[in-house]
Design a protein around this ligand. Structure first.
Ligand code: ZN
Ligand code: ZN
Length: 255
């Protein structure tokens, strides 16, 4: 009988953040998986419990015990060609996100390690920051590949009231108007000058580079209309401002 994956059957599904951390450990030991009692398995269990508590995934202090971590590591072998090419089959069934996380990160261990370090560095401080809207539940807004924690860091930064004001002031001084950097939409021209301020601010730095305590530079922010900002965040792999701009121009030229 295989050990049961979790001590508590009502445990929530693994979040992206958790899968990313587990994959990182799997890749370090893919040739020989560590045992349930291995210090790194225990350490990961503790990290996951902390992240789960802070992000609200589970308030149970021990919801990812070393046993469930061990099981998750074994699940990854199912996606690993270096395991399956030898004719071996992983017996455990995993969930769909495991495969996606595998596809997105397994061939880029450097980026994966950076994402893991950044998640760990940010989790406590970012969840201590109040955020008016629950960004994770906004319709049409996708959590990034890098998971909940870094998605939240991104949103906290682009909603910083003081920075948003400075960014708009700077653009007004420079260009005299506020325009979407992707599609060129001009608020005052369309709706009148008194609504110019409703333009969104998007934070452009890659998520794995966001360290707690960083000072956000105005150059890291882009002014976008609400539509273009939606498009940036409309899928798991967020688009860059340039990609949105290119799509906008390509569609316009076709029309
Ligand atoms: Zn736009
Ligand atoms: Zn954004």
């Amino acid at each position: 009988m295989p050990p049961s994956p979790d001590s508590n059957q009502s445990n929530p599904a693994w979040s992206r953040d958790e899968l990313v951390l587990a994959l990182n450990l799997y890749l370090l030991y893919r040739n020989r998986l560590p045992s349930v009692n291995h210090p790194e398995v225990r350490a990961l269990s503790e990290s996951l419990n902390l992240i789960g508590n802070v992000t609200g995934v589970s308030k149970n202090q021990h919801f990812r015990n070393p046993n469930s971590v061990y099981m998750k590591l074994s699940n990854f072998s199912r996606w690993d060609p270096s395991y399956t090419n030898t004719g071996r089959k992983s017996l455990v069934k995993g969930n769909k996100d495991e495969e996606l996380v595998w596809l997105e990160f397994a061939n880029n261990p450097k980026r994966l390690a950076e994402v893991v370090a950044t998640i760990k560095a940010n989790v406590e401080t970012v969840y201590a920051t109040p955020l008016a809207l629950s960004v994770e539940e906004e319709p049409g807004f996708f959590e990034a590949e890098e998971g909940k924690v870094l998605t939240r860091v991104h949103r906290v930064r682009e909603r910083d009231k003081k920075l948003v004001k400075r960014k708009k002031d700077e653009a007004l001084k420079k260009h005299g108007v506020l325009q979407c950097e992707a599609c060129g939409f001009n608020f005052s021209k369309t709706y009148g000058p008194d609504v110019e301020g409703v333009i969104d601010v998007h934070h452009t730095k890659p998520l794995h580079t966001l360290q707690p305590g960083d000072k956000t530079k105005l150059a890291d922010l882009a002014l976008l209309c609400a539509n273009c900002h939606r498009v940036v965040h409309s899928r798991r792999k967020w688009l860059s401002v340039t990609e949105v701009k290119d799509r906008y121009l390509a569609a316009k030229n076709k029309a």
